[in-house]
Design a protein around this ligand. Structure first.
Ligand SMILES: *[C@@H]1O[C@H](CO)[C@@H](O)[C@H](O)[C@H]1NC(C)=O
Ligand SMILES: *[C@@H]1O[C@H](CO)[C@@H](O)[C@H](O)[C@H]1NC(C)=O
Length: 292
């Protein structure tokens, strides 16, 4: 390869990575509500919750498959009663949703991360972890990876949940609706902290969630109402086009990732709908064949 070509490819690669990794908030997102609860501070975006309002933003575009990440530092100190969410969601009654919810706690008690997956408008698939680090001290990366085989929730590259495509067993899998990307902070003291027993202490407001970087590396869907089936086709690999998220190696977790997930489940999971017998006397179908 000529020096020039090598230099040129390096440059192209650099540009692509730069666009994917450090897109500015404004390029990808817009505030959805409570514009006056957004604080822009250089590279940082802060969302404020006080006794008048929370705040939320959403992506300008909708996507199918790929990867979405944010770097987030959660409310410090007493965050009891607050909830901060990062999720992807489609629209309509049969919406699909992939959900991270960060549930605050009293000072010194661990934050919990609840994940959920909605398929055709139905959720009730909660899992909850206590994190292995203090998510209020530093920025950590929260990622949703999605392809036709699986939805993976990751924390700093460690998978904490996998929702596997089991359509071959007749279980619907979300792969036919474009999704927006959203984040918000709000008062959830009716349920969030210690089952709703601990309420938000407004004397500690404002509660601030801080965002540093945003990455969306996914198949963008036209805003106009293109039929879902056409979007699905456009965003799937074919003879002519290959998408990175359809690589065979990404059709399931690597061995290394599976081990990490096992560690997370053994050491940090505090609730799993799959094993909640009082709620589900019959184990939900998608849990039965989960080997991870
Ligand atoms: C909200 O908080 C502000 C500032 O702390 C306070 O002055 C105000 O009375 C509060 N309003 C309500 C409805 O509690
Ligand atoms: C808050 O702390 C309590 C006590 O350590 C813990 O049981 C609970 O899971 C934590 N998280 C939430 C969201 O209540």
């Amino acid at each position: 390869m000529s020096v020039f070509l090598g230099w040129f490819l390096g440059l192209v690669l650099m540009v692509v990575v730069a666009v994917a990794e450090s897109a500015k908030f404004d390029e990808l997102f817009q505030p959805n509500w409570a514009f006056d609860h957004f604080i822009y501070e250089g590279d940082l975006l802060k969302l404020k919750l006080d006794n008048s309002s929370g705040a939320g933003f959403g992506s300008k575009n909708k996507y199918m498959f790929g990867k979405v990440s944010i770097q987030l530092k959660l409310v410090q100190g007493d965050s009891a009663g607050t909830a901060t969410a990062f999720y992807m969601s489609s629209e309509g009654v049969n919406y699909n949703e992939f959900d991270f919810e960060f549930l605050g706690n009293t000072t010194g008690e661990p934050y919990s991360v609840q994940t959920n997956v909605y398929v055709n408008g139905v959720g009730n698939r909660e899992q909850r972890l206590d994190l292995w680090y203090d998510p209020t001290k530093d920025f950590h990366t929260y990622t949703i990876f999605w392809n036709q085989r699986q939805v993976v929730f990751l924390v700093d590259e460690t998978p904490i949940r996998v929702h596997t495509n089991m359509e071959h067993r007749g279980i619907p899998f979300p792969k036919d609706q474009p999704m927006g990307v959203y984040s918000s902070i709000w008062n959830a003291d009716d349920w969030a902290t210690q089952g709703g027993r601990v309420k938000t202490d407004w004397s500690h407001a404002p509660f601030i969630a801080t965002y540093k970087s945003f990455e969306i590396n996914a198949c963008e869907c036209p805003v106009s109402s293109v039929a879902a089936v056409d979007n699905a086709k456009r965003c799937s690999s074919s003879e002519e086009k290959k998408f990175w998220w359809d690589e065979p190696t990404l059709s399931e977790l690597s061995l290394h990732q599976s081990h990490h997930l096992m560690w997370v489940k053994a050491r940090h999971m505090v609730y799993d709908y799959c094993t909640d017998i009082s709620r589900y006397p019959v184990t939900p179908a998608e849990c039965v064949h989960h080997h991870h």
